[in-house]
Design a protein around this ligand. Structure first.
Ligand code: ZN
Length: 134
């Protein structure tokens, strides 16, 4: 697959409002979009750092995978998202052929209307990996 850059880092937080106090007031970054992704049970907030973004993820209910992540491991980096240039569907086919376990068998719509798919951390050296394209 052809990766152009890190599209965003997904960071699990208990509260976006509280996390923004740090990201905006201390780091001086600016949140430009807050969006709820219903099927993922998360509220997301985006901040730009050059070409890369920070995606803050707040669970909207206790059944959210983000809620479970925070319960188990605490707040922190949840996933790394790479921008692929030759399509998420192609990247998934290639990754699967190389023995990577797919969480999403096909691309789906994520926040910011990106086509996204996740690779299982068991087969990506421990990092939940998201592939995305505009
Ligand atoms: Zn993400």
């Amino acid at each position: 697959m052809k990766i152009s850059h890190i599209e965003h880092l997904g960071i699990a937080v208990k509260s976006i409002d509280e996390a923004l106090l740090y990201y905006e007031n201390v780091l001086g970054l600016k949140c430009y979009n807050i969006e709820t992704v219903e099927d993922q049970k998360v509220k997301t907030a985006f901040l730009k750092v050059g070409e890369t973004k920070i995606e803050l993820l707040e669970p909207t209910c206790p059944e959210s995978t983000i809620a479970k992540f925070i319960e188990k491991r605490g707040m922190g980096v949840h996933h790394v998202a790479f921008a692929v240039e030759d399509g998420v569907a192609n990247a998934l086919t290639e990754a699967e052929a190389q023995g990577v376990q797919l969480i999403d068998k096909a691309p789906r719509k994520g926040a910011e209307n990106l086509n996204i798919a996740f690779l299982h951390p068991k087969t990506t050296c421990g990092v939940l990996t998201e592939l995305c394209e505009q």
